[in-house]
Design a protein around this ligand. Structure first.
Ligand code: FAD
Length: 463
């Protein structure tokens, strides 16, 4: 395929990485992006009116490293802040505010907080310097014929004399759709492939807030933690920024957002003070209310579909193939990993249709697995983190992970975030560990009960 044309639709982080992989294999790469040049638009990504901070973890870094461009990876890592664990903020029954640190990994591995706009900009800057890559901004995919390998784009910046956007027709050898959760590539592919598709809006909205540096210009709270204020049915989180501010997000059911939207300023502040202790010490109450009213209240979508390709003509990656809720911090990481897997199949197999089919086969199981894990992690973050049973299980698992590495024991979190084990295998391994742990705990409890019964019987006989 070298010398042939790969068209990438979407220049988000996943599309940009796909373009980089394609370019390094000698393809002519044309990237079409709906928005204006994202580098000139500040850090504002698509589908969001503001930038968000992401947790970049092993899978994403491994995929970036697989480009072979260590300098590029280094420049991305330099723009990250390590988050060694969670900081759980709660209020005790007596009203005392407390913070509890829960490290992510007994071996010291960590997540990295990065502004999504920054990772995107670095990748795009690099792409723009490559001779076999062309970037077309403000080009919107409007149609595609995947039998004839033709596609149509609207040029948003060049309206015709009638005022309507002009359309161009292009040819390609392979189209990679990386155009996000509401993918036009996927939509047009559906007319050719027998594509199963499942979309779910979960009962959760999100709104972003900014926590500025404190009066001395420093981080207002611990910089190397992902901060969580769990409140049962909802939660508030904060991720650090290089400028010493935090990007915070309120996640909660639609009913909570509806109620807060109808509430007065004092009621909003009272809700925050009740459920997210200490937040209004760091975000001024009037600023907090303004941010809640000004910033968009956005839904969360979960998309499962299959196959991810049609013939040797088109393939989808990233959110276009597997948009998931953000509670495992894996959406972008999984998208970058998908690009790595896709190109490993293209490298291994000489026929493109077979490579795309192999990609679908492998990725479907894994993408569906992480989508399920991400949904389950919402419960963990907003409530389980404070439960004694959860903490006990975490401690036992970490103990075994640390002191009995020969057993191959590892926490689910570390397998997802700090390894490249396939997501589908993570689920299998975690389930078998859970069974062993339940059996062990059950044995301890049964043994203890039996011993207590014997002591009681002896005591009863003696008296
Ligand atoms: P996108 O970033 O959506 O990019 C798609 C691109 O396609 C856009 O640039 C768009 O303009 C372009 N496009 C769309 N339609 C067209 C068209 N018709 N023609 C041409 N171009 C088009 N992930 C993590 O890994 N870690 C996290 O901590 C994390 N936190 C998150 C927190 C929140 C609140 C949310 C909502 C998501 C989070 N995610 C996280 C998920 C992550 O943001 C996404 O998985 C990631 O951005 C997907 O990248 P993408 O390139 O596939 O899609």
């Amino acid at each position: 395929m070298a010398g042939k044309t790969i068209v990438v639709v979407g220049a988000g982080p996943v599309g940009a990485l796909a373009a980089l992989f394609a370019s390094s294999r000698g393809y002519q790469v044309h990237v079409y992006e709906l928005r204006p040049d994202l580098r000139n638009a500040g850090t504002q990504p698509l589908n969001f009116t503001k930038s968000i901070n992401l947790a970049l973890s092993e899978r994403g870094i491994h995929a970036l490293r697989s480009t072979g461009n260590n300098e590029l990876v280094q420049s991305i890592l330099e723009r990250t802040i390590p988050m060694h664990g969670r900081m759980i903020h709660t209020r005790s029954a007596t009203g005392t505010i407390s913070q509890q640190s829960q490290l992510y990994d007994v071996h010291g591995r960590y997540q990295r907080s990065i502004d999504r706009g920054e990772i995107n900009d670095i990748l795009l800057d690099h792409l723009a310097s490559l001779p076999n890559v062309k970037l077309f901004f403000q080009h919107k995919l409007t149609g595609a014929d995947f039998q004839k390998k033709k596609a149509w784009f609207e040029m948003m910046d060049k309206p015709s004399s009638s005022g309507r956007a002009r359309e161009i027709e292009i040819d390609f050898d392979l189209m990679i759709g990386a155009d996000g959760a509401h993918s036009a590539t996927r939509f047009h592919m559906m007319k050719f492939a027998r594509l199963d598709y499942q979309q779910e809006y979960i009962d959760c909205m999100w709104c972003e807030f900014k926590m500025a540096p404190n009066a001395s210009g420093d981080f207002a709270i611990h910089p190397n933690r992902l901060h969580i204020w769990p409140a049962g049915a909802f939660m508030f989180i904060a991720l650090p920024n290089l400028d010493k501010s935090f990007v915070c997000t309120l996640f909660g059911p639609v009913s909570l957002f509806n109620r807060l939207e109808q509430s007065s300023q004092d009621e909003i502040v009272a809700t925050f003070d009740k459920y997210f202790p200490g937040v209004t010490d760091h975000i001024r109450p009037d600023d907090l209310v303004q941010q809640f009213r000004r910033n968009p209240h956005l839904p969360l979508i979960n998309i499962k579909c299959s196959p991810y390709h049609f013939s040797d003509s088109v393939v989808i990656v990233g959110d276009a193939a597997h948009a998931m809720v953000p509670f495992y911090g894996q959406g972008m990481n999984a998208g970058l990993e998908s690009v790595r897997v896709l190109f490993s199949k293209l490298d291994q197999l000489s026929r493109v249709d077979e490579a795309l089919a192999a990609y679908t086969d492998e990725r479907k199981a894994d993408a569906h697995a992480i989508a399920d894990l991400a949904l389950a992690n919402y419960t963990e973050m907003r409530s389980s983190v404070t439960s004694p049973v959860y903490k006990l299980r975490k401690q036992i698992e970490e103990f075994l992970y640390h002191y009995a590495p020969g057993l191959g024991w590892a926490t689910q979190y570390s397998r997802v975030s700090f390894s490249n084990t396939r997501y589908s295998e993570v689920i299998i391994k975690s389930q078998s560990q859970k069974q062993i742990l339940t059996w062990l705990l059950g044995s301890v409890i049964t043994g203890g009960t039996y011993a207590a019964f014997k002591i009681f019987r002896k005591f009863f006989r003696q008296h």
